[in-house]
Every structure is written in C-alpha cells, then in structure tokens.
Ligand binder design. Structure first.
Ligand code: R5P
Length: 261
C-alpha cells in the first residue's frame, strides 16, 4: 500500500489496537436535521476529543467544526437523494477530490447500494472515487448502505456488499452488525467497521453490539445515534472506546458509562 494512503488510514485505525472509534455525524446529508444533530456544532464539540475520526459532509465540516481541531476527517462525498425522495439509493459523487484535499481529509466515504436499481451506478461511483482518491493517497471508506430496506441486514447480503466494495478498491468498509458477523469480516480483505444504526433500547445493547462486532473481527465502530442521541453522549463514547480499544465486556463498559454520566 502506498505510504501516504497507509499513513492516513493509520490516523483513523489506530496502529496500537488496530481499531477505531469513529463518530458519525453525516446523517443530515439525506435525513436533514436529525434528532439531537439539529445544531451539529453543539453535538460535535464535547465529543470530538474522544473520537478517532469524524465522519461528516463538507457543509457541516466548514460550518460546524473549528479548523484547529486535531481529529482525522472522513469526508462523506456521496449523496443527492433524501429520505422523502423517490429512491434513497440514487446517489452520485457530491464533492470533488480537490475539495477533499483542500479540507485535508484522512479519507473519503461513499455509499454503495448493492441489490437496488442503482447498484451499477453506485458501484461505478465507488470505482471512480477510488481512482480519484488513490491519486492523492487518500483511502476510500465504502458504506454498504441498505436504504429503507433494513431487512437486508443479513450475513449473505452484507458479506456480498463488503466483498464487492473491497474488490473495487475500498480501503475500509462500513457495514451493519448481523448474526454470524465473522463471515463478513473473514471474507473481506480490508478492515470492516460497523455503523450503530438507530438508537437501541439500552446502553448495554449498544455495548454488546460493539463488543460482539470487534470480537468477530471488526476494526471498530463508526457510530452516531447511539452516542449523540444518548442522554449522556460523552459517557457513551468513553464506554464505547473502552469496549473497542480495551476489550472491555459490555458490563464493564456499563460501569464506565455509569461513572462518567
Ligand atoms: C450511514 O451511511 C449514515 O450516514 C451514518 O454515518 C451511519 O449510519 C452511522 O451512524 P449510526 O450509528 O447513527 O447508524
């Protein structure tokens, strides 16, 4: 792997644990003002120092994050559809690579929608982005999105999507946790991180998911709502870090959460 590309990826996936806790705050790109992310600056500020990377769009980066901040940026560069539109999977590349370079990003992120009407279009988006980003040594995070069809979150579908993303040149892949998750990580030759998905019923549920994912080979999490929709977001991200970087059990993480809330 090219030195620059490897160096950027090492800023996100920490070399000492080979894991990462990314904070996802890109939801507005298709959901608009998501609950508890209405004022992105307010949401991000207390959490940023605990995140190994921030995943967001250029609009929120430029308006809501101080440029002096010392955190790797994973810039979402796909979009073009909304939750109320015809088809969420009809995405294109929304940001040119020169702007990503200008923003000094550590990686760029793009969604693929395997099995939808826009499979070909979004996979070609990925291939194009890999060509563009590779020229600057910037790794690409492929997001194996499922659109509105959350039922597709099974091992067969997610293994297929992650493997295709890696084959097309993604440097790392984001997917959802599922039963038999080890089959997803074992058949994907690049690091896999999990999204948290909608806020779970309890904190312990989120810790369990993160714990089971890393135990089954995930390189960590790219979590949003389960952190910043919590009543105690800082305690939440500290506890998730304990699971991901220190291999704490879900119960031990709950202790960390209770002590920090
Ligand atoms: C996915 O593509 C979204 O844009 C989010 O980045 C992702 O779902 C992670 O956030 P959450 O943990 O809230 O699902």
């Amino acid at each position: 792997m090219d030195w620059g590309l490897h160096n950027r990826l090492s800023r996100i996936i920490k070399p000492d644990t080979h894991r990462t806790v990314m904070l996802a705050v890109d939801h507005g790109y298709f959901l608009g003002p998501t609950h508890k992310l209405e004022d992105a600056r307010e949401t991000i500020k207390p959490l940023v120092s605990y995140a190994d990377a921030l995943m967001l769009t250029r609009g929120i980066l430029r308006t809501s994050v101080d440029s002096g901040v010392d955190v790797p940026i994973v810039l979402r560069v796909s979009g073009g559809s909304s939750i109320i539109g015809k088809d969420l999977s009809n995405e294109g590349i929304t940001t040119c690579i020169e702007d990503a370079v200008r923003l000094n990003v550590a990686a760029v992120a793009l969604s693929i929608f395997v099995g939808t009407d826009f499979e070909h279009q979004t996979l070609m988006n990925l291939a194009t982005l890999v060509d563009q980003a590779q020229a600057y040594g910037i790794p690409v995070l492929a997001v194996t999105a499922v659109g509105k069809e959350l039922g597709k979150r099974d091992v067969r579908f997610l293994s297929l999507s992650c493997r295709i993303a890696a084959e097309l040149g993604a440097g790392f892949v984001k997917t959802y946790y599922c039963d038999e998750f080890e089959k997803v990580t074992e058949s994907c030759p690049v690091p896999v991180v999990i999204a948290g998905g909608p806020k779970l019923e309890t904190e312990l549920d989120a810790f369990k998911m993160a714990h089971d994912a890393v135990e089954k080979g995930a390189a960590g999490v790219d979590m949003g709502r389960n952190i910043w929709q919590s009543e105690h977001p800082v305690a939440m991200i500290k506890a998730v870090r304990a699971v991901v970087h220190q291999n704490m059990t879900p119960d031990e993480a709950l202790d960390v959460f209770e002590k920090n809330k």
